[in-house]
Every structure is written in C-alpha cells, then in structure tokens.
Ligand binder design. Structure first.
Ligand SMILES: Cc1cc2nc3c(=O)[nH]c(=O)nc-3n(C[C@H](O)[C@H](O)[C@H](O)COP(=O)(O)OP(=O)(O)OC[C@H]3O[C@@H](n4cnc5c(N)ncnc54)[C@H](O)[C@@H]3O)c2cc1C
Length: 467
C-alpha cells in the first residue's frame, strides 16, 4: 500500500474498469486513498485495437509511478501520418524525418489490451480492490456519503463515487433524470481489422504500410482509412465509413462482427494498397459510432458523485483523444483530492474540489469533442475544390519541420492550426495547470522550473480552491 500523499484517506468507489476508471484507481490508490472498482464484465476486457496516447496524457502519466516504463514496454515507434488520396499510388504528403521523430518521442502508440493490462497491474500493485461481474444499477446522491447498488443486491457507501462507466453511462442517466443524456448514435461505422506484419510482408503491394515507424491516412469521399503498427507485430487498420447506415437504437449492440465481403465492396474504389490489404483479412469488427450528450456539469448536486472519461465527454475517435483525456481527468482529479480535508483549516471539502476539477477539465475536453467531429468531415470530403484545398493544406503544413514551440504561449482560443493552439493541445501539463488554479498564476509565465513548481504545490498552504 502506498504512503498517503493526501491530507485525508478517502473511501472512493469507481464504477467501470475501462482505461479512465483504471487510471483513476491507480492514481488515487498511489496517494493512499482506499479504492474499490466495480466492473460489470468478468475481467478487464482484453479486446480492441491500436490506440495512441497523446503527448499531454503521456506527460500526465509521469505522475503515476511506474506508468512511463510500463507503457514504453508495450509501445511501438509512433511516426507521423503519411497522407494518400484514395486514388493515389504514393502519399501526397510525407512528414520530414525530424517531424516523425518528434511525434514518436512524445506519444505511446500501443493497443487497448495493453493499456488495460498496464493500468490494471499498476492499480493492483497500489492496493486497489476489484469486484468484477458487478453491474451498478442505482446511485443515491447523499450529502456526506453517497451510495450505490449493484444488481447482485450489494450496496456500498463512499466519500466519493467516480462514474467511469463509458459512453452509455447508467450513472449519467440517474444523476440527470430531467435531461436527455442518452448518447447520440451516428450513421458512421468503423471497421477494425488487423493482420500480422510477417504475413503481409509476403505481399509487395502493401509494402509502404509495413515500413516501421510509419502510419498512413488514405482519404476518400465519405470514407477514410488509417493504418498503424501495434505492439506484437500487428498492423492495425481502421476503415471509416462516415455515411454507413441509419444508426441502430441507443441501447442496441454497437459492436458486431463485420461482413468482409461488404467491406471490400464499400472500399472497392480505393487504391491498390487498400484493396490488397483487404484481401488478407478474414475477420473485422464493426463499431457503430456515437457521440456523448453535451452536459452542463459532470457532478451531482452534492458534488460527491462525478462522471469521468467517456461518461463525461465521449467523442469520436478522429482526434485520438478520448482515452488520453480520460488519463488527464484521472491524474488531475487525484492531485486535487490530495488537498481534500474535513477541516477548512487544513484543506478543502470534496464538493469544492470536484467543482474546481469540472471547471478545469470541461473547457479542454469540449474542444477535443468538437475537433474529433470536424476531423471526420474534413477527412471524408467529396472530390472537388474543397478536397483539393484540404490536400494542399495538408501538404503545406504536414511537411514542415517540427515547430519550435519553446517560446510560444499556449492559447486554447487560438486558431486550430496555430502554434499557440498546438502548444496547448500537445505540451499542456494538467498537473501544472493546477498550480494556476491554486495560485492564480499561469505556470508557464513563471521562471520556476516544473520540478520546483510541483514541489511547491505539495508544500502549498491550504487556501481554498476557487468556487
Ligand atoms: C475505434 C476507436 C479508436 C480509438 N482510438 C483512440 C486513440 O488512439 N487514442 C485515444 O486517446 N482514444 C481513442 N479512442 C477512444 C477511447 O477508446 C475511449 O475514449 C476510451 O475507451 C474511454 O475509456 P473509459 O474508461 O472512459 O470508458 P470505457 O472504455 O467505455 O469503459 C467503461 C467501463 O465501464 C463499465 N461499465 C459500464 N456500465 C457499468 C455499470 N453499470 N456497472 C459496472 N461497470 C460498468 C464497462 O464495462 C467498461 O469496462 C478510440 C475509440 C475507438 C472506438
């Protein structure tokens, strides 16, 4: 069990052992809190495909002991995207070697089963209790000790309940009964496929996708394709069909085995490399896409039940940010809860902390929600002037040397392609941001080094968080 870094040892229940719940559990138990995770599945669900952990989430993981080394072991060279037209025989935009190196250095390119395994092992090592096969069916928002019930008839109380129960969150529906907080299913479906690189290597037609340290985006009308390497010698390829079909019901099964014949037909006008890859595929999963509802807040009236991860801010995967934002949520909440106390002389109450945490996190995640939706539109434009202008823009920006952002000031309100926005998206440190929350000073405008800042945060006097 970790030595307590927190003012107070809290009893915390987390609903859901997805990446966000696992990361929160590991971070809170590292600080000495007593954490129980309730998960409806029988295990940590070792299914899924390639995922990228973005630079700001990689930074956040530095505050979780052992995470950096464990993720490095299950990650491959991320590289930077090479862009193709669906009709092209070679990429129309290839990033410089320096840009590819800079992308690789900052990200973990891995796969969902590895993410689940790493975070679960860290949580177990830190002393988290896991109860699998438990479906949470009700929560009660009481002022001091909120409660929940499982379908087994068990009930639990805690100082804080964290609902990391995903895009279809039951807790969200219970907390906001007067609002329509169902997820919003879309016409878009993604077909997830993978094949061993060793098998594909026998086919010269797919050779460009197999080059280590490369990933590829192939853009066509209403559809696009993304290929990337994953741990274990696999090439993971997503086929995104933005206008696939009428969406199924909200409560339907969104992940089903795909009809490979239909997939090949749907992408039959794509270039040789795409069609050749599809010849090697015997199995694919079809994932119906949806976005989360826009919420006014992520916390209950008492401030002692919060939504976190996809339950709070589900987004399309086209910014590769969903899981990464869940990691930022986890580490920031854990850091803020270090200051929790029953006595206002010594620290801050949980409701004030959860309020400040939602205020910190919501504006940032809102931007990635919007960006993910807009990327899908931009990458699937029909042939025509807009598509030509898009390709030209990609060619111009993606082939520049990596921007030197050292002296650039972060600005989330700047235009999406500006260095100020790029710095905010990429170099943001969610734990350093808390310094600003506690002191009113932007951390990056001080002359103090990050290490000193973090030290100071630990030492800081117990003044109240802003309401
Ligand atoms: C195709 C695809 C590619 C993606 N690629 C990336 C990427 O490259 N980078 C990135 O950052 N993000 C990516 N994402 C997004 C990322 O996968 C999600 O944002 C992430 O999985 C959300 O994690 P979560 O823990 O919040 O929710 P989930 O993963 O949905 O986990 C929720 C957990 O709660 C459990 N649960 C639900 N209800 C209950 C209940 N009532 N009682 C008990 N347990 C319950 C569920 O069983 C589940 O285990 C991608 C998504 C998709 C679909």
């Amino acid at each position: 069990m970790a030595v307590s870094a927190a003012n107070l040892r809290l009893k915390v229940i987390i609903i859901g052992a997805g990446p966000s719940g696992l990361c929160t559990a590991a971070a809170l138990s590292q600080d000495g809190h007593s954490v129980t995770v309730l998960e409806r599945r029988r295990d940590t669900q070792p299914l899924g495909h390639a995922v990228v952990i973005q630079p700001a989430a990689v930074r956040a993981l530095q505050y979780l002991k052992g995470a950096d080394r464990a993720f490095s072991r299950v990650s491959v060279d991320a590289g930077a995207l090479r862009w193709w037209s669906y009709k092209g025989t070679k990429p129309f935009a290839t990033p410089t070697a320096a840009e590819a190196l800079s992308c690789a250095e900052r990200r973990f390119q891995t796969d969902r089963p590895s993410v689940q395994k790493v975070l679960h092992e860290l949580a177990v090592a830190n002393g988290v209790d896991f109860l699998f096969g438990r479906v949470v069916q009700a929560v009660e928002d009481l002022k001091v000790k909120p409660r929940l019930w499982t379908t087994h008839g068990e009930n639990f109380t805690a100082d804080l309940i964290i609902a990391a129960d995903g895009i279809k969150s039951t807790t969200r529906k219970i907390l906001f009964p007067a609002q329509d907080v169902d997820p919003i299913p879309l016409r878009e479906s993604i077909f997830l496929t993978s094949a061993p690189v060793s098998q594909l290597a026998r086919d010269a037609r797919v050779a460009p996708w197999l080059e280590p340290g490369t990933k590829h985006g192939i853009l066509g009308p209403d559809r696009f394709v993304l290929s990337r390497h994953t741990h274990g010698g696999l090439l993971g390829v997503q086929f995104i069909d933005v206008d696939h079909a009428d969406p199924g019901p909200v409560n339907g099964n969104w992940n089903t085995p795909a009809d490979i014949g239909l997939l090949r037909t749907r992408f039959s006008d794509f270039n040789m490399i795409t069609r050749a890859f599809l010849e090697h595929i015997q199995h694919a999963e079809k994932w119906q896409m949806a976005t989360g509802p826009e919420l006014d807040t992520w916390r209950s009236a008492s401030g002692r039940i919060v939504l976190l991860g996809d339950a709070a801010h589900a987004m399309l995967p086209h910014g590769a940010q969903g899981l990464s934002q869940g990691i930022e949520d986890a580490l920031s909440l854990a850091r803020m809860l270090r200051r929790a106390s029953n006595s206002s002389a010594k620290g801050v109450g949980i409701p004030a902390i959860t309020k400040a945490w939602v205020n910190l996190r919501k504006p940032r995640t809102n931007i990635f929600v919007k960006q993910s939706t807009s990327n899908a539109k931009i990458w699937s434009l029909p042939d025509g002037p807009e598509q030509v202008a898009r390709d030209e823009r990609i060619r111009r920006t993606e082939t520049l040397p990596p921007a030197d952002l050292n002296h650039v000031k972060m600005d989330m309100a700047a235009s999406r392609k500006s260095p100020q926005f790029l710095k905010w998206a990429r170099d943001y440190d969610v734990v350093l941001e808390l310094f600003e929350l506690f002191t009113g000073q932007p951390p990056f405008e001080t002359l103090i080094t990050p290490a000193i800042l973090i030290g100071q945060m630990h030492e800081m006097a117990s003044d109240d968080l802003p309401e």
